[in-house]
Design a protein. Structure first.
Length: 122
C-alpha cells in the first residue's frame, strides 16, 4: 500500500513539475532557436522565475520517491503507472493553462489509461 502511495506521489510531483516549468517558460518567453537556450541572457531570465526552480524541485522530490518505488517493485510493473501523468497533464493543461483538449489528444490519453489499467490488473 505504501508503494502505491509513492507511485501516486511520483506522478503528482511529475505533473506539478511540468506545470510549473511550463508557467516558468511562459514567463521567460518563447525560444526562437535552440541555440538561444544557451545564451546567458535567456538563461538568466529563465532562472529568475520561481516556477522554474519549483518545477525542478518537484522533479527532484519525485526522483527520490521513484528510487524508493524501484527498490520495492519490478520496473515493468511500476513504470507504466507513470502513464497516469499523460492523463493528468491533459486535464491540468486544459483546466489550469487553458490549452485545447482536441479529440485526438483525448483519444490518445484514453488509450494510455486503458494500458495503465491493464498493467494494474496484472
Amino acid at each position: 500500500m505504501l508503494t502505491s502511495a509513492f507511485i501516486a506521489a511520483t506522478v503528482v510531483l511529475g505533473v506539478a513539475g511540468q506545470l510549473l516549468l511550463k508557467l516558468g517558460m511562459n514567463h521567460a518567453g518563447r525560444l526562437g532557436q535552440i541555440g538561444q537556450l544557451f545564451s546567458a541572457r535567456y538563461l538568466a531570465g529563465a532562472a529568475s522565475t520561481w516556477q522554474i526552480w519549483a518545477g525542478l524541485f518537484m522533479y527532484f522530490l519525485g526522483a527520490l520517491l521513484w528510487m524508493v518505488v524501484l527498490s520495492r517493485e519490478d520496473l515493468t510493473f511500476a513504470y507504466p503507472f507513470l502513464g497516469l501523468t499523460y492523463i493528468l497533464i491533459l486535464l491540468c493543461g486544459h483546466w489550469i493553462l487553458g490549452e485545447p483538449a482536441q479529440w485526438w489528444r483525448v483519444a490518445g490519453t484514453i488509450v494510455v489509461a486503458i494500458g495503465v489499467l491493464l498493467i494494474a490488473k496484472s
